[in-house]
Design a protein around this ligand. Structure first.
Ligand SMILES: [Zn+2]
Length: 158
């Protein structure tokens, strides 16, 4: 089996964003990270290639640009509620409340904005928006919260 690998730090699959995770000792406070995304695509080669790097990077970059320099909020927010009035979100969790302009917010289809769930979310974006050839048997997506620490989602494809 062959695989191709894209390093987010080295190919600019990166973004910076703010988040918080309710009831977590430190992460419950609003804070930010520099994120990077690594992609590993495994499969048999066809005409000498597993698949084209460029397509994946292009699709992923679109979503990363829309998340960059924003507050990431979980769509299915466990322990978070928010309401939108006019052009801002009123966010409530624990006993806190904050109001953030809509243009500073990215609503992400996860329960928690942990790097684990963001990795799974990114893999879903790739599967949905990229035409993955049938020779590809596995995709792995890692999300780094800063250099040296990452969470990886692995997915076998049929
Ligand atoms: Zn964090």
């Amino acid at each position: 089996m062959m695989y191709i690998f894209i390093s987010g730090w080295e190919t600019n699959l990166k973004f910076s964003a703010a988040h918080f995770i309710p009831y977590h000792s430190k992460c419950r406070r609003l804070h930010g990270h520099d994120y990077a995304i690594d992609i590993k695509i495994s499969g048999e080669t066809v005409n000498g290639m597993v698949m084209d790097f460029v397509v994946i990077k292009k699709e992923l970059r679109k979503i990363l640009e829309s998340m960059d320099h924003k507050l990431i909020l979980p769509l299915q927010g466990k322990d978070i509620t928010y309401t939108k009035n006019d052009d801002s979100y009123r966010i409530k969790y624990e006993n806190h409340e904050m109001v953030i302009p809509e243009e500073f917010v990215f609503i992400c289809d996860v329960q928690h904005t942990s790097s684990e769930e963001l990795a799974k979310y990114m893999a879903g974006i790739i599967r949905k928006n990229v035409d993955i050839p049938p020779n590809v048997s596995k995709i792995e997506v890692s999300v780094y919260e800063g250099p040296g620490q990452k969470a990886t989602w692995e997915e076998e494809l049929n």
